[in-house]
Design a protein around this ligand. Structure first.
Ligand SMILES: [Zn+2]
Length: 312
């Protein structure tokens, strides 16, 4: 090599190194921005009465021979929703089993990217796990409030104990009671699956924007037209994808403080033990009322009253 050329080659080589290093760092930054996704956490509460194929309480009860099939449908509906949530941009999905014993979903059958909260009792029951780190809340397999028709297995929290529940004067279904817990943490409910009546109530209570995916249409309390399975699974997936990819349009369901609760039991005896709790008043033989400044405190007292009513 010509000695005179060495400094020039050396300079060129140094320049080449600098340029490639610069380009490489630019690419890394570019890659970095695409690789680091903004967290999008979704909370999913799964009940059983509004699952495709379910039309009777026996299917939701562990001591019935029909239960094993229904819990398989439950995880299938849930997995279709989870697939849609991830397709729509979710980065983390937490599923809370929300029916009866809350051990219905077989953990190994749930989509492996999702976390499962299983078992009971839990402080927040059907909403265990929710907090302000989530961007969206989803209700799968939900049902209409007590006194709805035609609606599959309509009830509010406890079919045996509760005739109706009012909060701030509005008769409210489970989807509203639980939706307000999500609202307390400023998390909107973006999707609900269940029968057509439940979807209608979700729009009335939680707002018209909510994506409601009907899986069946009730003929009576224990009979329904179940939509074709293939279509339902596709609708669940697409509904979830659609809801999660347009999060800006949803508002959290936030009730106004103070919260005035009215709990109407099926019979007067179910109301009696609740009177032992300070602050609880009896406004009719079957109805207890109380007021709280904090919604979660009110929700916990509501559950305590229902437990006392069940035990009486
Ligand atoms: Zn249930």
């Amino acid at each position: 090599m010509n000695k005179k050329l060495r400094p020039i080659i050396g300079t060129c080589f140094l320049g080449f190194l600098l340029i490639t290093t610069f380009l490489a760092s630019g690419q890394a930054q570019e890659k970095g921005t695409t690789l680091v996704k903004k967290p999008l956490k979704v909370f999913v509460s799964v009940d059983m009465e509004g699952i495709w194929g379910v039309v009777h309480g026996n299917q939701c009860s562990a001591d019935s021979s029909e239960y094993q099939l229904a819990r398989k449908w439950m995880v299938e509906d849930t997995n279709a929703v989870i697939t849609g949530l991830f397709a729509g941009g979710a980065t983390e999905v937490v599923v809370n089993d929300s029916h009866g014993s809350m051990r219905n979903i077989i953990a190994s059958e749930l989509a492996p990217r999702a976390m499962l909260i299983s078992g009971s009792p839990k402080p927040f029951s059907m909403m265990e796990g929710i907090d302000s780190s989530f961007q969206a809340c989803v209700f799968v397999g939900y049902h209409a409030r007590a006194g709805s028709a035609p609606a599959i297995l309509d009830h509010t929290i406890s079919g045996a104990v509760i005739y109706s529940i009012k909060i701030n004067g509005i008769e409210i279904p489970e989807l509203g009671i639980n939706g307000a817990i999500a609202g307390y943490y400023h998390v909107p409910v973006v999707l609900l699956t269940g029968d057509t009546k439940t979807g209608q109530q979700a729009k009335e209570i939680l707002g018209n924007e909510i994506v409601a995916v009907p899986v069946k249409e009730a003929v009576g309390r224990f009979a329904a037209r179940n939509y074709p399975r293939e279509k339902v699974l596709a609708d669940l997936k697409e509904g979830a994808r659609k809801a999660i990819s347009s999060l800006d349009k949803f508002k959290p369901y936030e009730l106004k403080s103070p919260y005035q609760f009215e709990v109407n039991f099926h019979n007067s005896q179910q109301a009696e033990m609740g009177l032992l709790i300070p602050g609880v008043k009896r406004i009719s033989p079957r109805t207890l009322s109380f007021s709280t400044e904090d919604y979660i405190e009110g929700y916990k007292l509501l559950r305590a009253l229902i437990s006392l009513g069940s035990a009486s």
